[in-house]
Design a protein around this ligand. Structure first.
Ligand SMILES: [Zn+2]
Length: 141
């Protein structure tokens, strides 16, 4: 291996490890939102949490789970009575029975822009489950 590349590898590693040690010492993560305490969003969640009629099912791309803000977790924590749940994966059909039933139920709506998209309204009382995709648009496809 080229000695310069070797050196670069070692320097990178040292830096990463150093940062990790630093951040562990400086800031502890919130147990609820899993974010560093300095950027914890828990105090901003609505109290009491809003009651929703439909169940909200968030299908999250694994890449999104790694991104820092954790909006899906925010929704799950922010909606009353655990009506919002998050599933992580890339391909969902066939993953499990409960999810399969939710996805094929006539009362399920997918929140996604497109030619055949319809506007939801408060009068849509037959919406039992609202499926939301969490990821970049490329990942959502
Ligand atoms: Zn928090």
């Amino acid at each position: 291996m080229d000695p310069f590349a070797q050196l670069a590898g070692v320097v990178d590693q040292d830096e990463e490890e150093g940062e990790e040690k630093d951040s562990r010492r400086r800031r502890s993560n919130c147990v609820d939102c899993e974010r560093p305490s300095s950027v914890c969003w828990c105090p901003f969640l609505p109290d009491p949490p809003p009651q929703v009629r439909s169940r909200v099912l968030i299908l999250q791309h694994p890449g999104e789970a790694k991104r820092g803000v954790r909006t899906a977790l925010m929704a799950a924590r922010g909606i009353a009575d655990s009506r919002c749940t998050v599933r992580i994966g890339k391909k969902f059909p066939g993953q499990d029975q409960e999810l399969g039933e939710a996805l094929s139920s006539p009362g399920t709506r997918l929140l996604y822009p497109g030619e055949q998209a319809k506007e939801l309204s408060r009068e849509d009382t037959e919406v039992e489950t609202l499926v939301v995709l969490d990821g970049t648009w490329d990942e959502a496809r």
